[in-house]
Design a protein around this ligand. Sequence first.
Ligand code: ADP
Length: 301
Amino acid sequence: MKIAILSRNENLYSTRRLKEAALSRGHEVDVIDTLHCYMDITSSRPTVRYHGDELPQYDAIIPRIGASITFYGTAVARQFEMMGTFNVNESVAISRSRDKLRSLQLLSRKGIGLPRTGFASKPDDIKDLIKNVGGAPLVIKLLEGTQGIGVVLADTAKAAESIIEAFMGLKANILVQEFIKEADGADIRCLVVGGRVVAAMKRQGAEGEFRSNLHRGGSAQLVKLTKEERETAVNAAKVMGLNFCGVDLLRSNNGPMVMEVNSSPGLEGIELATGYDVASKLIEFIEKNAKFNTNKTRGKG
Ligand code: ADP
């Protein structure tokens, strides 16, 4: 097969591993810098151009679109969909997953376990906002934060009020969430490929830290999932319409709760922690499913 990986940098671990896995299974692979693609969107025969040439008709694309280039990246992916190329994660699903509020609303609608969560932009009654999600302790998150930055634990209602006021002063959209104390500074990252969990790791925050992010000194190890956790991860991926994603769960007294679904999951942490060859699982999925013009939206979304 002819596979293209849309990635800004071919030296990134995940890009390298996907390329390696595809080559070792006998496929042709091109790594294409998403931002360097250009196209005539009005042509009746959709194509993508790159370095002065028309790109060939690929059987499949693997979009590795970072949050900062979602807008342009999904447009490029959509163009490939219009050409009938099988896209592992369709552009509409990527856009959907990048909107945290929309994602949580969709997951909640389908009955997926979530921490009790409130949204706010300029709440006119902060005390009520806090009461509405069950009171302190609470986790307050900046919507635009990543790697645990902008995720704050407020032990008391008073502290929560001050933090919410401070974020409001910065004109930030926030999310106010029940604190899952029993998760004990750990979360579970499940890597889902084609409706199956192919690897899972437990990330444990550094001593005294409630955030488990590896960038914040957390450590990761292979974990065995319960049936319920496995089903929750698979269902969350399905609701989001993603064939390849990372689903982050918290282990709560009320069962697994989804924190986030990531449409460009990194492979380095999970492959090193579990020893599993996740990249090859994705290539196998492509081999079974990449047929011409089989994307659900075919560029219409
Ligand atoms: P980011 O997307 O910036 O990593 P997260 O929402 O994933 O932010 O939060 C960072 C970490 O904080 C999580 O990995 C988890 O360990 C912890 N955490 C987040 N929300 C909660 C919560 N509601 N209860 C307990 N721990 C939480």
